[in-house]
Design a binder for this molecule. Structure first.
Ligand SMILES: *Cc1c(COP(=O)(O)O)cnc(C)c1O
Length: 378
């Protein structure tokens, strides 16, 4: 069986967890959490990084920081995971879905302006497959209409847009370290804060609405309840695990890119004869090989290909059911303009196995089997 995903392990995870156990400090914001924060701040030139329990929770913090209120509108693609939308719905916002571009599956930046109303508070670009959205256009719109940009960079850790790391371009950025992502600790995330004015409140929200972070730094002599908040900080065990992954981020990244390039080269001939489409990476964008997908002719062909590959022991996966066509999406949001590509393209997309240390021979098997499928189809 060729598995779709295996969480990365780089070797130091157990040792760091042992060190955390020996330190006697297992709750959040100890030595390893600090190490992770410094890593993002140094490597990505991020103003402030805060580990969270998930990307979903980082987005919840972002929704509170953006002061989302009942009746506000938040713009995002419909082609995304539910966690892009839920944190804003919880705060009472209405979600305005915008169609995607078929080439990158990212929000179509040219359609965003039409979706802006006096109620719009934020734009949430999702960097699908770790390939950046057109951030210059999005930031220009946000400045012109005074909107907050929250990057859902769950899939985009280590990717760049015009030499800037994803997550550090908008006012706020959110990362995921779920086991399905490039760098993981089982469940985890981070909030990246790129605008100074959010830093102090972010620390408070993350610590149950208390000013405990300031207390630990000796800036106040007791801590108390000062704002709304929740428990958004992960334990040191998770941070220790993540620390090992971040130290080896370049190794993980380059291995994943080798996988991605092997697929791309091996499947190019099937694109050239018009059987499938391969992903597009725009100029100015460096991606992190978060996933490799192909697009089939249509939904029926995808269904046939999935079962063909399954019969050959190859596990493939598709997603997402567009949010605007789900029951909750219908209740909490609406599509702005036409759904020209979201549904159509989501039905054609198929993700192939890709994980750190997936043997390249197995990728060659997947490529061969896809080739055999299309010989049988035509
Ligand atoms: C994985 C993912 C999330 C959620 O991440 P968690 O860490 O599991 O909460 C949010 N948005 C996108 C686009 C994702 O891929």
């Amino acid at each position: 069986m060729i598995l779709f995903n295996k969480p990365a392990l780089t070797g130091k995870e157990e040792q760091y967890i042992k060190e955390a156990l020996q330190s006697g400090h297992l709750s959040g914001d100890g030595h390893f959490t600090h190490r992770c924060h410094i890593w993002f701040e140094e490597h990505f030139d991020a103003k402030k990084a805060l580990l969270t329990t998930s990307c979903t929770h980082a987005l919840e913090m972002a929704a509170i920081l953006a002061d989302i209120q009942e009746g506000d509108e938040v713009i995002m693609p419909s082609y995304t995971f539910v966690s892009t939308a839920n944190p804003f719905v919880i705060r009472g916002a209405k979600i305005i879905f915008v169609d995607i571009r078929p080439d990158t599956m990212n929000i179509n930046e040219a359609l965003i302006e039409d979706a802006i109303t006096p109620k719009t508070k934020a734009i949430v670009p999702v960097h699908y497959a770790g390939v950046s959205c057109e951030m210059d256009t999005i930031m220009e719109l946000a400045n012109r209409y005074n909107l907050i940009v929250i990057e859902d960079a769950a899939q985009g850790v280590m990717s760049t847009y015009k030499n800037k790391y994803l997550g550090t371009i908008g006012h706020l950025g959110c990362y995921s370290f779920h086991e399905t992502k490039n760098y993981n600790c089982g469940e985890g995330g981070a909030l990246i804060i790129n605008d100074d004015k959010f830093i102090e409140r972010a620390e408070i929200i993350r610590e149950k609405g208390t000013n405990r972070s300031r207390f630990f730094r000796g800036q106040v002599d007791k801590y108390s309840w000062v704002d709304i908040g929740s428990s958004y900080l992960p334990s040191e065990l998770n941070a220790a695990f993540l620390s090992a992954q971040l130290e080896n981020a370049d190794i993980i990244n380059s291995y994943r890119l080798d996988c991605w390039n092997t697929y791309y080269k091996g499947l190019k001939h099937l694109e050239e004869v018009g059987h499938i489409q391969l992903p597009t990476v725009p100029e100015n964008v460096v991606h992190n090989a978060h996933m490799f997908y192909i697009k089939t002719a249509d939904l029926e062909q995808r269904t046939r290909l999935i079962s063909f590959l399954k019969s050959k022991g190859v596990h493939t996966v598709f997603h997402y059911i567009p949010l605007h066509s789900s029951s909750a999406g219908n209740e909490f949001g609406e599509m702005s303009g036409e759904d020209k590509y979201t549904t159509l393209e989501s039905e054609r997309l198929l993700r192939l196995p890709l994980y750190f240390n997936l043997p390249l021979e197995e990728i060659k098997v997947v490529i061969e089997e896809i080739g055999r499928f299309y010989i049988a189809e035509s």
